[in-house]
Design a protein around this ligand. Structure first.
Ligand code: UDP
Ligand code: MG
Length: 311
């Protein structure tokens, strides 16, 4: 019998769990030929998420609860779930039912037909806000223009991955994990299913603008060196321009003599170049900081306890 693990990161999701398991149970029951395992990762929730999950375990022998020692963020929680999952295929899914569990059947079918990865593509994101859609679109455009690994737009973490792909992800040594990028990076034969993104079942998004901005920075710095390298070219361009300007100044002085030097142009040049240099240093700082954190080799997450049902 094929074994499929569903990995669900949960951060303050006590209100969402009831509806989630109602729909998930129906889907799992309709595929008797597959042995499912549901791995819920409690990412340091401050509400009763853990208690709810543990209370459900007696009726859900397939439920495994991984309790992290604090909130590590969705990327780390997902990594913890992937590490704990034992299935022949793994499906990461959000707890808020924005990823419809009914798609699991179709994913498993395509996997049976030979796909090693089955991604779910949102054809309709009207449930997300305008700003969210616009900023996401801008992020994918910028990211894909800059990095070697293109992340397909409108594809989230909801997907099926064969054990082969999961093993590669688990073996990656990096602790700062931008999962969307890593998912795209591992490659493998990929199939696609389309779906309509639904509204969050309960509560609001766990990602405010600042968190999303940092996630986007993480994504770009993890997969592109362009922001670092571009400064050599900016520098070369500015140097060339100033050389031309210097030549022009020289000729003008020779022809017309010295006129009163312009305070304004001097100030503009100083401030502009100063600003440019600071941006360059800031970007080097972004990378240096990440290299520093990575060099410490801290684990991406800390597990307090794993709860498995059964004897
Ligand atoms: N999540 C998590 N840790 C966090 C933030 C979010 O495990 O620090 C989980 C959350 O419980 C949910 C999933 O990640 O299952 C997606 O979060 P959310 O729905 O808020 O994101 P959105 O759909 O708005 O992108
Ligand atoms: Mg959501």
């Amino acid at each position: 019998m094929r074994r499929v693990s569903i990995v669900i990161p949960c951060f303050d999701e006590e209100e969402a769990l009831g509806a989630l398991f109602e729909r998930l149970d129906a889907v799992l029951a309709s595929h008797p030929g597959i042995a499912f395992e549901v791995v819920c990762v409690n990412d340091g929730s401050r509400d009763a998420t853990l208690e709810r999950l543990l209370a459900m375990q007696p009726q859900h022998p397939e439920l495994v609860v991984v309790d992290l020692s604090r909130n590590f963020g969705k990327e780390a929680a997902l990594s913890a779930g992937l590490a704990a999952a034992t299935g022949d295929a793994v499906i990461p899914m959000d707890a808020d039912l924005q990823d419809p569990p009914e798609l699991i059947g179709e994913m498993v079918r395509l996997w049976g037909e030979g796909a090693e990865v089955v991604v779910a593509r949102r054809t309709d994101r009207s449930s997300d806000s305008m700003t969210k859609r616009w900023s996401a679109h801008a992020f994918y455009k910028i990211h894909n223009a800059m990095s070697d690994v293109a992340i397909p737009e409108d594809v989230g973490d909801f997907r099926l991955m064969d054990r082969a792909a999961v093993d590669v992800l688990n073996a990656l040594p990096e602790n700062r994990r931008f999962m969307k990028g890593l998912f795209a990076w591992v490659g493998f034969r990929t199939a696609t299913v389309d779906y309509r993104r639904e509204r969050r079942s309960a509560g609001g998004t766990r990602f405010n603008g600042w968190r999303l901005w940092n996630l986007a920075l993480e994504g770009i710095t993890s997969f592109s060196l362009l922001p670092l390298r571009v400064w050599s070219y900016v520098g070369a361009f500015v140097a060339l321009c100033s050389l031309a300007y210097a030549a022009w100044l020289l000729v003008r002085t020779l022809l017309h003599g010295i006129d009163v030097p312009g305070y304004a142009s001097l100030m503009v040049a100083v401030l502009f170049l100063g600003g440019l240099q600071m941006i360059g240093i800031g970007i080097i700082g972004e990378y240096l900081g990440r290299a520093y954190l990575e060099s410490k080799r801290r684990p991406a997450f800390v597990v307090r306890k794993v709860y498995r049902a059964g004897p």
